[in-house]
Write a protein that binds this ligand. Structure first.
Ligand code: C2O
Ligand code: CU
Length: 545
């Protein structure tokens, strides 16, 4: 059932959730969007037609696209957006990935409703590293606003404050039966007793890290970010926006129906927390509707950082499946802070809605990224167009201080603005350390995502990273190979990768509000020496700005 050509028509459709009807942007009228099915190593073509009112781009999250940044998708990074009425034929090259990934819009906040799963089956003569599941089901988490998502974005940009929280978490597009008007459409997963199912779990939520569990059932994680992992059995999973997981579910309970539930994890200090829970039902065949209502599964408390990190840190790679070795000799060290910041309210305005009348921003190494809008960075790099970006992204924080202290002088809150990229030599081995700071708001977790690569996550910790101490405890034996990692609140995380994919690759926090505020940068991997280490020319129908 795999295909090599897809048509994605981006257009509005009317959807009703939470007793309200509105137009949302969809692909082919579907929400969540269509599932792409491929085998490892396949190349596909997707014709993207923009039949909506706004500019759009589509990104293939976690697909490395070797030597093919041209159709990677982030707007103004690797392409100009597809204008209303426009079309772009995107080539998607699958290489090492196997398991579950997803695709999503990568322009403004369109990804709230423009997203879908990518199932990557084993290569033709290969099998899963576990018994073949009886069924495979995507489980896609999302967030639903009653308001138009574009309005949520523009209002928050105008006010300078935090965007309004969503009105519900969704499982495969449905908030579930704890919400009014939702009960009859609650997502149902039908199973047969004694069978094993592969859940292809995607967190497509905009701003929420989630806990998920199923009543009376264990979940066995066997893959993350389209790489197999050591099987790990737990009562719950914790998954951040951008991450995907392959999870086995054994239908080994009495035939009945059981709740599945997803709820936000949030470490934000002092923020009001909305305790909403999305539900779905696991329905055994042959069971008749029981008399009593099923009970909700146990989920960790919304602010249980320990529960989140016990889970995240326990995921281990499967070394025999690694596409290349864990780099041990590092040629390029980069340490970057990831911070929430503020800018003063612009001239002529009394006050803004950020903390103390400021506007909220965010940064990496004290630079709040300014996205270009006349050219994209890949085009500027390829054609040597000056003035679009500068090569000034610092390899180390420009100022060293106790990043995770309780309070700071206010001057540290304000970053610089700029379009600064980091240039990497082809073939260099990179160690990248993310250092969280507690600058504004007291620290948060950041799911950091890199396009074009997977990285080995070799270390995590709380507090300040210490370069003479912490690397001695790195896991160089079985680190997970991921494309998105959660940097812990008031802590750090270290990754290693081989810069073997020439091109322009986006690096950003996958919490959409942090991306909007500037928590991102770009890695440019220079061309290698031989012809197959250099970029081919762009496709003929690249959208123009
Ligand atoms: Cu899920 Cu920049 O991507
Ligand atoms: Cu973030």
């Amino acid at each position: 059932q795999t295909k090599s050509h897809y048509n994605f028509v981006v257009k509005e459709a009317r959807y009703t959730r939470l007793c309200c009807t509105k137009n949302i942007l969809t692909v082919n009228g579907q929400f969540p969007g269509p599932t792409i099915r491929v085998h490892k190593g396949d190349t596909i073509y997707v014709n993207v037609y923009n039949k909506g009112k706004y500019n759009i781009t589509i990104h293939w999250h976690g697909v490395k696209q070797p030597r093919n940044p041209w159709t990677d998708g982030p707007e103004y990074i690797t392409q100009c957006p597809i204008k209303p009425g426009g079309k772009f034929r995107q080539k998607v090259i699958f290489s090492e990935e196997e398991g579950t990934l997803w695709w999503h819009a990568h322009s403004d906040w369109a990804r709230a409703t423009v997203h879908g799963a990518i199932n990557i089956y084993p290569g033709i003569n290969s099998t899963y590293p576990f018994p073949k599941p009886y069924g495979e089901i995507p489980i896609i988490f999302g967030e639903w606003w009653k308001n138009d998502v574009n309005k949520v974005l523009t209002e928050s940009l105008e006010s300078g404050g935090a965007p309004n929280s969503s009105d519900a978490i969704t499982i495969n597009g449905q908030p579930g039966d704890l919400y009014l008007c939702s009960k009859s459409e609650t997502f149902k997963l039908r199973v047969e007793q004694g069978r094993t199912y592969l859940l292809r779990v995607v967190n497509a939520a905009m701003n929420l890290i989630l806990f998920f569990s199923i009543s009376k059932h264990k979940l066995t994680v066997v893959g993350a970010d389209a790489m197999y992992t050591k099987p790990m059995t737990r009562d719950y999973i914790c998954i951040s926006p951008g991450q995907t997981m392959d999870v086995l579910l054994h239908a080994n309970q009495e035939p009945s129906h059981y709740y599945m539930a997803a709820r936000a994890y949030s470490s934000a200090a002092g923020l009001e927390f909305d305790n909403t829970t999305a539900t779905g039902i696991v329905q055994y065949s042959w069971s008749h509707t029981p008399l009593s209502t099923p009970s909700l599964p146990h989920l960790p408390n919304y602010n249980d950082t320990q529960a989140a990190f016990d889970f995240i840190r326990s995921i281990r790679g499967l070394p025999k499946k690694y596409p290349h070795e864990v780099p041990t000799k590092i040629t390029t060290h980069v340490i970057t802070t990831v911070s929430i910041n503020t800018f003063p309210c612009p001239n002529g305005r009394q006050t803004c809605e950020g903390p103390n009348g400021t506007i909220l921003s965010s940064s990496m190494n004290n630079i709040s990224f300014q996205t270009p809008n006349k050219f994209d960075i890949l085009e500027a790099y390829y054609y040597h167009i000056n003035g679009v970006f500068s090569k000034g992204f610092p390899s180390f924080p420009p100022l060293i201080f106790n990043f995770t202290a309780d309070s700071f002088p206010l001057t540290l809150n304000t970053p610089k603005r700029g379009t600064k990229v980091k240039v990497l030599k082809y073939g260099s081995t990179v160690e990248l350390v993310f250092q969280g700071t507690n600058l504004v708001g007291g620290g948060l977790d950041h799911p950091m995502h890199l396009h074009g690569f997977s990285f080995y996550v070799v270390g995590y910790g709380f507090g300040n990273f210490n370069k003479s101490k912490h690397p001695m405890n790195y896991n160089l034996i079985d680190p997970p190979l991921l494309n998105t990692l959660m940097v812990p609140k008031s802590g750090w995380a270290a990754v290693r990768f081989l810069a073997s994919n020439p091109g322009v690759w986006f690096l950003h926090c996958h919490l959409e509000r942090h991306l909007t505020w500037g928590m991102e940068t770009v890695f440019i991997v220079k061309n290698g020496k031989s012809l197959n280490e250099t970029l081919p020319p762009p496709p003929p129908d690249m959208p123009l700005c």
